[in-house]
Design a protein around this ligand. Sequence first.
Ligand SMILES: [Zn+2]
Ligand SMILES: [Zn+2]
Length: 570
Amino acid sequence: MALDRKTSARVLREISRLLEVQNDNVHRVRAFANASRVVERLEGDLEAMVESSELLSVKGIGKGTFAVLEELAAGRKPKVLEDLENETPVGVRAMLEIPGLGPKKVRVLWQDLGAVNLGELEYACRENRLVELPGFGARTQERLLESIRFARHANERRLMNEAWTAATALEIALEEHPEVDRVVIAGEVRRFCETVDAVEMVVVAEDEDAAGAILGTHLSDVERSGPGRWIGVTGNGFAVRVHVVAPPAASAALVRATGSDDHLNALSRRASTLGLELCDDGLWQDDKRLECPDEEAVYRAFGCRWVPPELREDGTEVAWAAAGALPELVTTEDVLGVLHNHTTDSDGVATVGEMAAAARVRGWSFFGVADHSPVAVYANGVTADRLHDQWRRIDELNRDGGGLRIVKGLEADVLTDGTLDIPSGCEDGLEYVVASVHSAFRLSQERQTERIISAVAHPACSVLGHPTGRLLLARPGYAVDLERVLQACLEHGVAVEINASPYRLDLGWRWARRALTLGLKLAVDPDAHSIEGLDDVRWGLAVARKAGATASDLVNCGDIDEFLESRRRC
Ligand SMILES: [Zn+2]
Ligand SMILES: [Zn+2]
């Protein structure tokens, strides 16, 4: 293999950067960085100079760096690089590619903040963890967040909220064209899937070619992939699939473009007994296209009630719809309040008063403050003194609450032994505790399960926070026997959280549905760290709807005092 200067220089530089991330000897870090520059500017045949060892006499090339070049010349991956790659998680190496992040900063993020990939880093930014971090700050955090989002566009799947934003922007843009009758978001975005692989929409227009030309003005790489089917890419890299249909076919096409495969299969099993065929160009019975002015009409032809898009997943919903047994899904209007939120007393950016005012604007009647507990030093967890001080302020605010009651809570870390991190002397004053795991993710499944079960058995615990610990597209949850955990929640009257942060959505809808089947209460919580964060509740509600939850299944929609009292009686 011919040894070229560019590759060699890049490898030497990579080694230098990884050594620095690993906090290796500063002279060694510099030696590799120097050698990289020397090799890049070298005149003459690099390979011959390595072979004759002539390179060793060039200033800036030492024994260690020369050995690396010898291995490269022999067509091998240098041992030192291989070792460094083994010692540095892949996600940490990816951070080095983010503009503005040098090895020193990456080291702090990895070692001090504990972030091992871009997803975790993004989440830490969202939780304001970088503001106080040495060498960072609010501005760096903001810039970093932008860069990470950009880098993640290379990923295949996207978070629900990002996909929704991209889809909505495109919908609005396309609707402006007079040639377009109607635009409807379909596919995974309309079903509110936790992550989404492409934005999908139905464009209703008489003239397919004209619609295709319009797509070209809003998307790049637009191509016709089949009759009525177009693909393209948004400005920020989202893949888009568009179904262009004529008005008479719109409702049938929308049902087809929205449902999962399982949903459509369940429909088509009914179709054969009814002599129906659901196609892109309409719903057909024998040789006749049925008139379907809306989706309701399509489902009616199948002998079903209209199925809310969130439910069009595993096919069971078709049987419910046929039996008239679809649940009356919870809506935003049903929500009276939320329990899991942070303020400036821990790692939030708005004060208790500001958050409460924002809750009032949203029409809520209760608002739970659950700042981090003392052991969460990285998140400025509250001490007993600070918690008592917070309660004084809450009492003050509640005196003239204007229809809003602020509830005194705490997001208590579940310690490794399963006890809750509640500051001493605070148990009686706390109205509720959200118990959350923030550490020791690598315990065995047995120990993790026991740990969480003892946490929910604690009499102060009312809600189990983000039950699996997953970060979507960033890290899987910890190993835990969720079935046993849910049973324990049931036994102790503890509600299970659907953490509504679009980075978490934890529980996911399948387990949330299982929780409902067991008879558990769900708590949809924005885990807000800012006023805008409160609006994340919509993503959590979407998960609750996917699970089939009605208003009475959510602690958010009932008498909060009754719920908290019932927990205390358990
Ligand atoms: Zn948490
Ligand atoms: Zn939290």
